[in-house]
Every structure is written in C-alpha cells, then in structure tokens.
Design a protein around this ligand. Structure first.
Ligand code: ADP
Length: 356
C-alpha cells in the first residue's frame, strides 16, 4: 500500500545561522493509488520535496512516511520507489531490454522473472519492436518510454516523476501525458509528478499541490483549485490565461479602483482593502455607458475559436476572453466590463488569502 504522509517537512541547505531554508513546513496526506502533481514556478521547491520523498535529499525537519513506514533514515534503494527523470538517464551502451532489466539484475531477480517483467512493461509501453535497439536509435518520446519502463519493471509502491516531459516537443508532450494517464489507470501505483506547467498539472492530476516559495499554497482536485483558489498566487497561476486580480477599496456595493468608484453586482464580503478576481472566461464586454466598469482596450489576440482582449481597469491590467465570431474592438476603445456576482473571487489585500 503506497500511501505517502508528508508531515511538517522542512528543508534547509547549509547549517547554522547561514542555513538557507527552502521548504517551510509542508503537510500532505496522499492516498494509496493517487496521482498527485506538484506544480509551481521554477525555484519554488518542487524537486526538493520530491527528492526528499525519494531519499536523494536529507529531510531537515518533519517526517515522510511511505506505506505507513517513516523513511527519514531509509536509503533510497530501500524505499520501494522508482523515479523517472527529465533527462531519461539511460545507459547508452545497453539495449532497451538491458536498460529495463539492469536494476532487476543488480537486485538478483531470476532471469525468467526479468524476462517476464520486461516483456510486460514493453507491452504496456508499446516498446516491443525496439527491445534490441540502443537509446541513440530511438526518438525522444521512445527514450522517455524506456525510462518509464525501467521504473515499471521494479513494481514499486510509488512512482516519482521529475519533469519527465520537459525535453519533448509540444505534440509529444500531449501524447506522452495521455500515455502516463493510461499507465496510471492500468497499474494504479501512487504517483508524485513534478512540473512547472499548470496545463500539464490540470490535465494529469487527481489532486494537485500548488507550491510557491517553499510553501504549499493549496492542495485539491484541478476543479477545486480552479473554482476556489485559496490565495491570489493560486488564482494567478492556474488557468490560461490566469485569473484577473484587481486591487481596490471596498465599501458595500462600491469598489474604488485607482480613485474611480466602480459598481459591484453584489456587496463585497467586507469593507477595506481587497483584491477581486475574475477569470477572462467569466468576463464580458458591453458598449460604453452600460452598467459596469470602464475597460480600455489595449491589444487583442486572435486564437482561432476565441479572442483575448487585453486592456486596463483603472491602471490595472485585465484580460477578457470572448468568442472570436464577435467583432473585435479597436485598440483605444473604452467599453464596459461586466462579471456576474457569483464569478467574483475576493481576497484580503494584506494576507492574499481568500475571503469566505
Ligand atoms: P524547483 O524544482 O521548484 O524549480 P528546487 O526544489 O530545485 O525548485 O529548488 C528550490 C530552492 O532550493 C531554490 O531556491 C534552489 O536555489 C535551492 N536549492 C536547490 N538545491 C540546492 C542545493 N543543493 N544547495 C542550496 N540550495 C539549493
């Protein structure tokens, strides 16, 4: 049973007063068989967290347990995990079969058992035609499948993926993403998957952990994280384009933005300095003079089925997504921006935390 418990986990590089703390007390309970994506911008501590689960980095404080066993002092090779890296790390002089079999050979698994496990993994990953080839005779996508095959044959309790798709082009990334989903449906192995790409996180995760500057901002299903972001950081990170965030001062049904009083479709949850969020896809534009917020068009982007209209509310940037069949406004036009009361997200301007 490959459940993972991450309890108050802290990571410091270096010792004493000069120590650099990069993970500030992360807590997460991951169920057996779950597919969890850890997502956040570069440098937020995703890989460090994953490497602590793997045993490649020491845990400075707190506890990590895999399948009910605390692993803080357990060697990586004894943690019953298998890791897939960005750079595949295949042995160039070995064939595909030998690459997949190598770890099992070292572990003294009987030859017949190795044959069977590699054959099964090769079947799942559609690598049967390539078993005799060397890595250099494979495409990037095929190499990544061999790296996954090497993890599968170990039959671990937990798969750890560290940005495994980063070296693939966009089309192959999308395809490999689907393969990883199928693989997880078939094998049901608990998986932790690190990426900086929020689209990848949204499409792969059963639940996602959104990280920022060494802290966990939110854990939830993609739908929850999209619909109810816990902080302005999550609101501004998830979604493409992300949620618009406008800072102002609320007073009942009025919101003052950059000196201008703007009407609200319903009263703000409280008075004071707040940030209101509204997604591009939940915003609409009406002619000037309608009830709403003045919106000055700066540029538009045609994306095929839809159009992004970038503009300003007061001095603050705001993007609206509209159907491309609607006529495009002219740059410099002032229109009226509207959003339904139930689509507004409110955050405290000081703490950046969601209100309500
Ligand atoms: P991510 O995977 O989210 O890009 P990392 O986990 O690699 O981020 O890094 C988190 C932070 O820890 C970064 O600020 C990075 O500079 C720092 N860091 C990573 N490895 C080391 C190390 N060996 N020594 C000191 N600092 C490190």
């Amino acid at each position: 049973m490959g459940a993972i418990s991450i309890r108050n986990v802290v990571k410091r590089y270096g010792k004493g007063p000069k120590a650099n703390q990069v993970i500030h007390g992360v807590n997460a309970e991951i169920d057996d068989g779950e597919f969890i994506v850890i997502v956040g911008p570069s440098g937020c501590g995703k890989s460090t967290l994953l490497r602590m689960v793997a045993g490649l980095e020491e845990i400075s404080d707190g506890q990590i347990a895999i399948a009910g066993r605390v692993v803080n002092d357990v060697e990586p090779s004894d943690r019953d995990i298998a890791m897939v890296f960005q750079n595949y790390a295949l042995y160039p002089h070995m064939s595909v079969f030998e690459n997949m079999a190598y770890g099992l050979k070292i572990a003294k698994v009987p030859a017949a058992e190795i044959e069977a496990r590699v054959a099964k993994a090769a079947g799942i990953l559609q690598l049967e035609p390539y078993l005799k080839r060397k890595p250099r005779e494979l495409s990037g996508g095929q190499r990544q499948r061999v790296a996954m095959g090497r993890a599968i044959v170990r039959q671990p309790e937990v798969f750890l993926f560290d940005e495994p798709l980063s070296n693939l082009d966009a089309k192959l990334r999308a395809q490999t993403r689907l393969e990883i989903q199928k693989l997880h449906a078939e094998l049901g192995v608990t998986s932790l998957f690190v990426t900086h790409d929020q689209v990848e996180a949204m499409t792969l995760a059963q639940r996602m952990i959104v990280m920022n500057a060494g802290r966990m901002e939110q854990i939830g299903t993609p739908a929850e994280v999209y619909a109810v972001p816990a902080t302005t950081f999550v609101a501004g990170f998830i979604g493409s384009p992300p949620m618009n965030l406008i800072r102002g001062v609320a007073d009942g049904s009025r919101f003052t933005v950059d000196g201008a009083q703007l009407p609200l479709p319903a009263a703000a949850p409280r008075s004071g300095e707040l940030i209101v969020g509204l997604r591009p896809e939940h915003s609409s534009l009406k002619p000037a003079g309608a009830l709403g917020w003045p919106f000055k068009v700066e540029t538009t982007e045609m994306l095929g089925a839809e159009r992004l209209i970038h503009g300003l509310v007061g001095t603050q940037a705001f993007t609206v997504r509209v159907d491309a069949t609607l006529p495009a406004p002219r740059n410099g036009d002032t229109l009226t921006l509207q959003g339904a009361a139930e689509q507004l997200h409110w955050f405290d301007a000081a703490s950046q935390q969601r209100i309500g």
